[in-house]
Design a protein around this ligand. Structure first.
Ligand code: SRM
Ligand code: SF4
Length: 573
């Protein structure tokens, strides 16, 4: 047991982590308790560190309550997949588990390049972990106060640089993993597991809050660097990776009614050479570990530590701990975001096909058998991998030229490619929200498809059908679909009501501004109809909607969200 002393004022989670015996708690006892489908409050927090969340179906809550039943408690599991790569064989096994052992039967691709299985009942939990283990996968540290799944610009074979950067994503992920053997002991029944009770990097009370890392390859900002605590932006010479620009302190969540919370872009710290990558990753993590707020979880993320202590002090500490000195940032430009749909040829002469998966939900619908289709492709194209993107989409990799037509025919047969899908739909994204997310205030995933149809009609009316606006909807202000880096962001307030944010930019480097608060879809559509109409007449050549609403002074741009996210919001009324 860790001997670190903690003050009584520390948050409950700190006590829990300290007393958990390196993430073991009494999870094993709860697993054996057949009287309930769930875990105790403390253990429900601890299983997060092993990649699981306790949930219940919110659609069924009232009905079950009326029947005097406990909520239908079940577990959502999130896999660890740095850079988003999963082989066809792994996919087929996961697909089968989802079909036979989950309440919803779906595989949900997430905004952090991995997948979630919703609706696993407690007796099946060890089975899924053992299956993952057999497949060379795990769900360690995909949730909890640790470093989460590491993002990396999609398609490693697009260039040598992509491949080299992906290797670093994997290295960083492994380097920062919890070392505790609790996962293997509890979930894999591995009697030979050597008991490990130390956490040299994360510390025995782990991090103050979740921590997120991305690796991006300019000009592509598909991973949304400004949503992450720590970012490595690739710098190359003659196509080879030589180092990274490091950005620290991004994060998108806020709490309604608390103006001390705000979405924040990451700050540039400087350039480092490749050899210093792990040292710097460790130094940023341990600085946040030691300096992050452990009293109030609301203010515990790196972005608040940075603003509380000052950027210079934090950066200096990272230099001291890593023994390096940041060099000036090497100039880079992000000019693209989102995924490039369709075919791309890789450096190895194989072909890559990016598919649009609406909201990342891989499921068989009555008229679109998406899940069957992907399984069919995985079965036939056995040697391939799927690459998940940070925008909830999927790339089929390593296809030989002569197989292209066949794979495309299959994808079309199962509606995985539909020519009628507009650019607007492809630029839209929603978080999971109802029915599984316990924090949801309004619909998101189930709301977005029909809402996009309405936006498509507006765009068509004003001759803009071939244009798109980055549109994102989240069911609450936690920001899981990154609405705080969109041109139009809807953030849930209550059932059927949202805050409307406008004026982020296309490439994800400007936070949007609150425009309307707590309004219905009708009000939102009125505003969008009016502003999109004006955009169609008044825009400069190539000017995006987000840039237009700022230039036309429909909203003031957010310049420094720690100071003006709320202040100017009132001014823009
Ligand atoms: Fe998230 C909590 C889903 C990406 C910020 N997020 C949750 C939970 C686990 C709800 C909960 O705590 O019980 C949601 C589960 C819903 C469900 O039923 O599946 C959930 N988050 C998701 C996913 C699945 C959204 C999606 O539609 O794809 C994404 C999974 C990512 C992954 O694979 O690891 C997801 N979450 C994000 C992102 C975007 C990103 O990381 O790029 C953010 C904003 C970036 C950031 O962290 O600032 C995000 N999620 C949050 C927060 C707010 C954290 C904070 O700073 O306060 C919470 C709530 C919390 O941690 O207390 C949260
Ligand atoms: Fe749930 Fe809120 Fe995240 Fe949506 S944004 S998945 S509602 S926590």
């Amino acid at each position: 047991m860790c001997s670190q002393k903690l003050e009584v004022t520390l948050s409950g989670n700190e006590r829990l982590k300290r007393d958990s015996n390196f993430l073991r708690g009494t999870i094993v006892e709860d697993l054996g308790n057949k009287l309930t489908g769930g875990f105790s409050e403390d253990n429900a927090q601890l299983i997060r560190f092993h990649g699981m969340y306790q949930q219940d179906d919110r659609d069924l809550r009232i009905e079950r309550f009326n029947q005097k039943l406990e909520p239908l408690i079940n577990i959502m599991l999130r896999c660890r997949l740095p850079g988003g790569i999963i082989t066809a064989d792994q996919w087929l096994n996961i697909d089968n588990f989802a079909k036979t052992h989950t309440l919803y039967g779906s595989i949900r691709l997430t905004t952090r390049q991995t997948f979630q299985l919703h609706g696993i009942l407690k007796p099946k939990l060890k089975d899924i972990h053992k299956l993952l283990n057999k497949l060379g996968l795990d769900s360690i540290a995909t949730a909890g106060d640790v470093n989460r799944n590491v993002l990396c610009t999609s398609n490693p074979m697009e260039s040598e640089l992509h491949h080299q950067t992906y290797v670093w994503a994997k290295n960083i992920s492994s380097y920062l993993l919890p070392k505790s053997s609790a996962y293997a002991e509890i979930w894999l029944d591995d009697k030979k597991t050597e008991v490990i009770d130390c956490e040299p990097i994360l510390g025995c009370t782990y991090l103050p809050r979740k921590f997120k890392i991305s690796l991006a390859i300019p000009p592509q900002n598909d991973v949304d660097v400004h949503a992450n605590d720590l970012n490595f932006v690739a710098v190359s010479n003659s196509g080879n990776l030589i180092g990274f620009n490091v950005l620290v302190g991004g994060g998108l969540a806020m709490t309604y009614g608390d103006t001390n919370t705000y979405p924040r872009k990451a700050t540039e710290f400087g350039y480092i050479s490749l050899n210093d990558t792990l040292k710097v990753a460790e130094a940023v993590v341990t600085t946040q570990r030691d300096w992050g707020d452990r009293v109030c979880r609301k203010y515990a993320k790196t972005k608040y530590t940075l603003d509380r202590l000052g950027i210079d002090k934090f950066r200096r500490e990272v230099e001291i701990r890593s023994g390096i000195k940041f060099l000036p940032v090497v100039p880079y430009i992000f000019s693209e975001r989102g995924d490039r749909f369709g075919w791309v040829k890789g450096i190895n002469n194989y072909w890559y096909l990016t598919l649009f998966i609406e909201n990342g939900r891989v499921l068989d619908y009555s008229n679109r058998l998406l899940k069957t289709g992907l399984a069919e492709i995985a079965r036939i194209h056995r040697g391939c991998s799927f690459r998940l993107t940070a925008n909830q989409n999927l790339i089929i990799t390593d296809i030989q030229k002569e197989d292209k037509d066949f794979i495309e025919d299959l994808a079309r047969k199962y509606n995985l490619i539909e020519d009628s899908i507009t650019l607007q739909r492809k630029a839209s994204m929603a978080c999971v929200s109802f029915p599984t997310c316990p924090l949801a205030m309004a619909e998101a995933e189930r709301f977005l498809p029909k809402f996009v149809t309405k936006i498509e009609k507006i765009l068509t009316k004003y001759g803009l059908r071939d244009n798109s606006i980055i549109l994102r909807v989240t069911g609450c202000p936690n920001g899981c679909a990154r609405a705080m880096l969109s041109e139009i962001g809807l953030v849930g307030r209550a059932i059927g009501r949202y805050n409307l944010y406008l004026g982020g930019d296309r490439i994800g480097t400007r936070i949007p501004r609150l425009y309307l608060e707590n309004v219905t879809e009708k009000k939102i559509l009125d505003v969008l109809r009016n502003t999109i109409k004006r955009w169609s007449y008044e825009r400069y050549v190539g000017e995006s909607y987000g840039d237009y609403v700022v230039r036309a002074q429909i909203v003031k741009p957010v310049l420094d969200s720690s100071k003006d996210f709320y202040v100017a919001c009132k001014a823009s009324g």
